[in-house]
Design a protein around this ligand. Structure first.
Ligand code: SF4
Length: 137
């Protein structure tokens, strides 16, 4: 999992002391010097160590409603000939914002607000019709 160093640093304000340093120590800086990489397993372990529980998913009915709405938006975009995916840079930016967000679930890489899957070609980070439910992107 990659996030920007600046996103990690800005998350210090709402994380326990030592948490961000543990994240930095457990991962490595990518060759670009901007992004930090950590495995989802290590991130989940550090969250447990610092008593940061994975936020629960919304009720199943809420998840189904969101998934149906997302599929409908994507189908409308496809029918209209609109772009279905965002640029790799935009997807990377979304990913960085999610990975520093308290609503992000490291174990399954889902958003606890909408229940959506985030990575992958059909994940929310890539889909042009999708937005963050709390307005972070
Ligand atoms: S989609 Fe928004 S609320 Fe959900 S994890 Fe990402 S930034 Fe947080």
């Amino acid at each position: 999992m990659r996030t920007t160093l600046s996103a990690l640093e800005s998350s210090r304000a709402h994380r326990p002391p030592g948490y961000v340093d543990a994240i930095l120590a457990a991962g490595h800086l990518d060759p670009d010097g901007i992004h930090h990489h950590i495995t989802p397993e290590n991130l989940a372990a550090i969250r447990r160590q610092y008593g940061i529980p994975e936020p629960p998913l919304p009720p199943l009915a809420h998840q189904l409603r969101n998934a149906t709405a997302a599929l409908t938006r994507t189908l409308h975009a496809a029918t209209a000939g609109a772009p279905l995916t965002v640029s790799p840079d935009a997807a990377q930016s979304r990913q960085a914002l999610c990975q520093s967000c308290p609503h992000f679930r490291a174990t399954d890489q889902r958003c606890s607000q909408c229940g959506c899957h985030l990575p992958g070609f059909t994940g929310k980070w890539h889909l042009a019709t999708e937005r963050c439910p709390v307005g972070r992107w």
